[in-house]
Design a protein around this ligand. Structure first.
Ligand code: NIG
Ligand code: FE
Length: 441
């Protein structure tokens, strides 16, 4: 089955020559086609272009054999007609975006933590809550008690929610297990989600997320366990593509992070780490040392860190939802982009510091809090997010041959309306892997 979307008011983030990521000044130049059409064949984007004047000239569409030249494409035929092999969608007044690529989440978790949210309103900090046995350890207790089926059901509901707000690919971390068996349980839940959800899922092993209570005062022993027991098991069951460490004040040190990343890489897991959320932790430097695919959070980023990231393959990834929810300093994104760096943005969807995976809200936060232009923010949540998951060959833009993961908006006046009108869902219809998935009311 092929899908033709016609009369698209504006087709957003079009790439004639696909780039793995977009950096610096180029982030402010977003390519779009006004009054466009887009053809999907199978699970991929086949072609797109500008509408000819008047009705679109396609009739009796039959899938073309691969290798067909553009001149043979159905655009040259008489007029559009839906048939058994072609579904036609009229997008008059609406825009088409590539689906958001959310490269940092913890969306497999049990229950929620609004009690701590109230503690926070009363004045406790994230670190104080953590020291009292709340925070990540609270989620670890709940996860231990929950069965796999229950975890799958809760996470699937969250996945469906983010899918209907425009997310088409997402990274999900472990890290609420903190024992060998519970970390494996989390990662198996992520594998199950991969099989049942149309959203593309990338799994990351985050064994070193917090030190469990049993290891209090023996953090080194816990790190030894991550290295000698967890990593080999995760690798032998092929449960994760990436390895993460919470490298920050009060959590894991640079030396510990160094050991863990080194061990993970020997088992084929590339680094993608939490760094510089609570302090100038040295996390960025150790991430770059191991050629991490991304370093994430980055609220504490100075000249030295920016210089360290320049010219590397590591994607600086910022999580404005967490800074907003915890009322922390915002990462200096303007400085990073002005220094020529690429920037990706993700939701950090998790029960403690960002209980929302809505990437449209992240877009708004970017423009308001980081002073990113809408064009820069759109690149950060599409192609750069795809890069930060190792997916930019197939996802993150409207390009011929890429997987057809996209959404059609409700009628909107301009693409800047997307971040501007914060709080409402501008996504009307979702297409993933070339299939029409669902429509919002
Ligand atoms: O990315 N910073 C560390 N981990 C999560 C928070 C996890 C939690 O509080 O449950 C984050 O913000
Ligand atoms: Fe996180």
């Amino acid at each position: 089955m092929a899908i033709l979307i016609k009369n698209i008011k504006e087709l957003i983030q079009v790439e004639e020559k696909p780039q793995p990521r977009v950096a610096g000044k180029a982030m402010s130049k977003l390519k779009t086609i006004q009054n466009a059409w887009l053809l999907i064949e199978g699970e991929r984007i086949r072609d797109f272009g500008k509408m000819p004047p008047g009705e679109l000239p396609i009739t009796n569409y039959k899938p073309e054999r691969s290798g067909a030249r553009r001149s043979q494409l159905p655009m040259q035929k008489d007029h559009v007609e839906e048939n058994d092999s072609l579904q036609v969608i009229d997008a008059t007044g609406k825009m088409v975006f590539p689906s958001f690529c959310d490269s940092h989440t913890h969306l497999v978790y049990a229950g929620s933590r609004e009690i701590e949210y109230i503690d926070k309103i009363r004045g406790l900090s994230y670190e104080e809550i953590a020291r009292r046995g709340g925070g990540i350890l609270n989620s670890a207790r709940r996860l231990h008690e929950a069965g796999e089926e229950e975890l799958v059901a809760q996470a699937l509901a969250r996945l469906n929610e983010i899918m209907m707000t425009g997310t088409g690919a997402v990274e999900i971390k472990s890290g609420y297990g903190l024992t060998v068996e519970d970390e494996l349980k989390m990662l198996r839940v992520i594998q199950k989600l991969k099989k049942i959800s149309p959203v593309t899922i990338v799994p990351t092993f985050l064994g070193a997320h917090a030190v469990p209570a049993e290891f209090k005062g023996r953090q080194g022993d816990f790190v030894d366990m991550v290295i000698s027991e967890m990593i080999p098991r995760v690798a032998s069951e092929e449960l994760a593509d990436f390895i993460d460490v919470f490298c920050d004040r009060g959590f894991f040190t640079v030396a510990e992070t160094d050991r863990i990343l080194n061990a993970g890489m020997k088992y084929g897991m590339r680094a993608k780490i939490h760094a510089n959320e609570l302090d100038y932790s040295g996390g960025i430097q150790v991430g770059v040392k191991y050629n991490a695919l991304s370093v994430d959070h980055l609220e504490f980023t100075g000249e030295e860190e920016i210089a360290c990231l320049s010219g590397t393959e590591t994607m600086p990834t910022v999580l404005p939802g967490a800074a907003f929810f915890l009322e922390m300093a915002y990462a200096p994104v303007r400085k990073m982009i002005d220094a020529g760096l690429p920037v990706a943005m993700a939701s950090d969807f998790n029960p403690g510091s960002s209980p929302s995976g809505n990437m449209q809200f992240i877009l708004s936060m970017a423009c308001i809090k980081y002073r990113m232009l809408p064009e820069e923010a759109i690149h950060a949540v599409t192609i750069n997010g795809a890069y930060a998951m190792g997916l930019s060959d197939d996802y993150g833009s409207i390009a011929r041959g890429k997987i057809a993961n996209l959404f059609i908006t409700h009628p909107i006046p301009t693409y800047a309306f997307m971040p501007y009108a914060y709080g409402s869902n501008k996504v009307e219809s979702v297409i993933l892997n070339g299939k029409f998935i669902a429509r919002n009311p």
